[in-house]
Design a protein around this ligand. Structure first.
Ligand SMILES: [Zn+2]
Length: 271
């Protein structure tokens, strides 16, 4: 009996010791996120804005409530287009044989970022296209080029309209006839070309439904960026809460095999 008691005590002692050791290690590792975290992601709900021809987000409640067995259980089914709400465009969205969303290297989606705020200039012009000059003005003001390997975020100010479809998209109509009613700012194809030739950026994102402005018919900025394997983040939230420099981005899309894009959880970590 005595021997069993000793063994039991020893077992308890060693397991306690292991717990103490483990919490010590974790406390040393708690430094992972040092700065403030800002969520750049909108909720997915029946308010989520989708392209006027795309299937909207739907959450079907399967079970919600107490079970006969005495525990609570909640589970839903969801359906949606890839391109809606806060999401990523993979290169294959507009360019054949390019990376699908599951093939985008994670290095492209995580890293140092900068923000170019054009909101004051865009205010009353929903058809505005961000120009080369808007980018070079930012560089002059910051006294630096956009650093190599940056994730570039463009703040148009349209985020403040989300999820008001008339203000944010230009229309609350749906279907192919609504496409010509789309009015929101984007990146000009000239500026997209300038960026891919002159700067080495990892990814680009903005606070509108599309990197090409609402009235675009050929989606040239998409094609220019995606041809160079530069993923695009669309419908970003809270860009007004970000500084111009001094923050990192972590952008993790749903890993859809052969997906042309996907819902995206994207956060910024301030220095
Ligand atoms: Zn898209």
């Amino acid at each position: 009996m005595k021997l069993i008691k000793i063994i039991l005590l020893l077992l308890i002692f060693t397991s306690c010791n292991q717990n103490i050791k483990q919490s010590k290690d974790n406390s040393q590792r708690n430094q992972f996120v040092k700065g403030k975290i800002i969520d750049l992601t909108y909720d997915f709900s029946d308010e989520t804005i989708y392209w006027v021809t795309a299937k909207e987000f739907e959450l079907e409640v399967v079970t919600k409530g107490q079970t006969e067995k005495g525990f609570y259980y909640s589970a839903n089914n969801l359906t949606a287009a890839e391109h809606g709400g806060t999401h990523i465009d993979a290169p294959v969205h507009f360019v054949e044989n390019r990376q699908s969303v599951d093939q985008i290297p994670l290095e492209k989606l995580i890293g140092n970022a900068i923000k170019i705020d054009i909101s004051a200039k865009i205010e009353n012009n929903p058809d505005y296209q961000i120009s080369i000059e808007d980018i070079t003005n930012w560089e002059e003001k910051q006294k630096t080029q956009i650093p190599n390997g940056s994730i570039v975020l463009l703040e148009t100010g349209f985020g403040k309209f989300y999820p008001d479809k008339i203000k944010y998209l230009g229309t609350d109509q749906r279907g192919s006839e609504a496409i010509q009613e789309l009015h929101f700012p984007g990146l000009s194809p000239e500026a997209a070309t300038w960026l891919v030739i002159n700067r080495k950026i990892k990814a680009i994102g903005l606070d509108t439904p599309s990197i090409d402005y609402g009235q675009s018919v050929n989606f040239n900025s998409h094609i220019i960026l995606l041809t160079e394997n530069i993923p695009v983040f669309e419908n970003l939230a809270n860009l007004d809460k970000l500084p111009v420099t001094g923050f990192d981005i972590i952008a993790l899309p749903m890993k859809i095999k052969e997906g042309s894009g996907a819902p995206l959880r994207i956060i910024a970590i301030l220095e």
